[in-house]
Design a protein around this ligand. Structure first.
Ligand code: NAP
Length: 208
């Protein structure tokens, strides 16, 4: 089984990623969390856990890791420190330890932050992290959803390089897309946008 490090495992999307990976026959999750009390919470569920803060040293988090899903985020509070530099440090750690694929949870609008209004600094940070990942020399998929909601997952999405519209998507469907993108043959070195839609996630991913 491939070991998948999930950064932001305690987040709303991250928890869904962990629950999907727990049921997978191909993957085994490793939850990266930043607080001591979160460690026991995951360990009680039988999930391997690593304590690390993206604002500090993360160089040891990728030991023995096959692939990474980055689902962490500062919630707009520390965009430079966490969304940008934290992501870049984890990308470096992945490169250093020969990680086979890095799946980045980015955001719609990160391709063109200048166009945004109040979330421009956040989108700039996501843009810079994405660009860093593209040039580092690891296989990647960069997934850019619209606004996340907590509705039930539909298992269906709309996916394209650029969708040219705004909209929402359930976090569960984002989580499934991130896990689907772990496959070596799926979305290899591709950046794509997703919204709630009508195409089964697996089929949508196979097309990109
Ligand atoms: P969330 O619930 O806020 O989860 C973010 C996770 O990141 C939390 O578990 C948090 O840890 C962790 N984190 C924050 N700072 C960290 C640090 N310094 N070191 C390690 N971990 C840290 O986020 P979400 O709603 O699932 O969204 C995930 C991501 O999707 C967002 O961050 C954003 O980049 C992207 N996105 C969001 C939207 C949207 O509409 N909200 C749209 C497009 C893309 P704690 O649990 O300890 O707080």
């Amino acid at each position: 089984m491939e070991k998948i490090l999930v950064a932001g495992a305690n987040g709303t999307t991250g928890k869904k990623v962990i629950s999907i990976l727990k049921q997978s026959k191909k993957y085994k999750p490793v939850a990266m969390v930043r607080k001591e009390e979160q460690v026991s919470q995951f360990q009680n569920e039988g999930v391997e856990t690593i304590l690390a803060n993206l604002e500090k040293d993360v160089s040891q988090t990728t030991n023995g890791i096959d692939k990474v899903i980055f689902a962490a985020g500062s919630g707009g509070k520390k965009v430079k420190e966490v969304d940008q530099e934290g992501a870049k440090k984890l990308i470096d750690a992945a490169k250093e330890k020969g990680v086979k694929k890095f799946v980045m949870l980015s955001s719609m609008g990160a391709d063109n932050p200048e166009k945004a209004d109040e979330i421009q600094e956040y989108l700039k940070a996501k843009h810079n992290a994405d660009e860093y990942l593209k040039q580092i020399g690891i296989k990647y998929s960069i997934v850019r959803p619209g606004s996340l909601n907590n509705e039930d997952g539909k298992g269906k999405i709309e996916l394209d390089n650029k969708l040219n519209k705004r909209g929402e998507i359930p976090r569960m469907d984002v989580a499934e897309t991130l896990v689907g993108a772990l496959d070596d043959t799926i979305g290899k070195n591709k950046t794509f946008e997703i919204l709630g839609g009508e195409v089964y996630i697996k089929a949508a991913l196979e097309k990109i």
